[in-house]
Write a protein that binds this ligand. Structure first.
Ligand SMILES: Nc1ncnc2c1ncn2[C@@H]1O[C@H](COP(=O)(O)OP(=O)(O)OP(=O)(O)O)[C@@H](O)[C@H]1O
Length: 239
């Protein structure tokens, strides 16, 4: 029996404009993401996986439809609430890591905490914040690279730093857009094993976009995007 949903989409519709043409990408997506599980989102290139993930993260707005987090309507919440949702309730990682190139791994992790709080609040918590960043770097196996900048790290190390950064706010959901898409298969498996550990040991809900069916088969649930919808009976327990 799946856990209660932590994130939900209802009737999500999204189109993009291309050369004055309206290109429908999502045509009414309904989706329940179970809390505490790993859900893989698969589908052909262009099927709308990243678009759906961006809407779930409130990085973009649907044309119509609704997104709920723990039962709270979030897509049309105030800007302040949506910022807080992104900075606190969820963490996001991407295929190309999106680290700040001038900062070390530790500084990248710390920089995320400066968003959404006053300098005063940051300064008064800085010892605790730094301790948490160091702890997370250790959790993702990156203590030995903490002073290295992204250009001095491998792809796997950059993804580890991005994961540590995403976890700084203690989110309950991690959204991962092709987290292994730019890694060789062995490094990809290491990152997956790290994500699985975070899920099993800390109860982190993970939603992962992937091209790789073997990753989807290893998840607790798989969702297949097809023609802008979630394919019928897609939310099936795989394990
Ligand atoms: N900002 C945008 N402006 C215009 N079209 C867009 C935009 N973002 C996405 N699209 C189009 O929407 C469709 C779905 O894109 P999306 O990135 O969601 O698919 P995807 O399933 O994640 O693909 P991939 O697996 O290749 O990353 C594609 O045809 C894409 O070209």
């Amino acid at each position: 029996m799946p856990n209660a949903p932590i994130l939900q989409a209802r009737g999500l519709v999204k189109s993009y404009r291309k050369n004055r043409l309206e290109v429908p990408v999502l045509r009414g997506v309904d989706l329940d993401i179970p809390a505490g599980a790993i859900t893989a989102m698969v589908g052909r290139s262009g099927s709308g996986k990243s678009t759906l993930m961006h809407l779930l993260a409130t990085l973009d707005q649907p044309d119509s439809g609704e997104v709920f987090f723990q039962g709270e309507r979030i897509d049309n919440a105030s800007r302040r609430r949506r910022d807080a949702f992104r900075n606190r309730d969820i963490g996001i990682i991407f295929q190309f890591y999106h680290l700040l190139p001038e900062l070390s791994a530790l500084e990248n992790v710390l920089a995320s905490t400066m968003i959404g709080q006053s300098v005063w609040s940051y300064m008064s918590n800085r010892r605790k914040t730094r301790a948490r960043a160091e702890e997370l770097l250790e959790r993702v196996g990156l203590t030995h690279r903490r002073t290295h900048k992204p250009c001095e790290m491998s792809g796997g190390e950059m993804q580890r730093a991005a994961i540590a950064r995403a976890l700084m706010s203690e989110p309950s959901v991690l959204l991962a857009d092709e987290p292994t898409g730019n890694l060789d298969s062995e490094t990809g498996l290491e990152i997956l094993s790290l994500l699985k550990g975070l899920n099993r040991e800390e109860g982190l809900t993970i939603v992962m976009v992937t091209h790789d069916d073997s990753i989807a088969n290893d998840a607790d649930f798989a969702v297949r995007m097809e023609n802008g919808s979630v394919a019928p009976k897609a939310l099936a327990e795989v394990a």
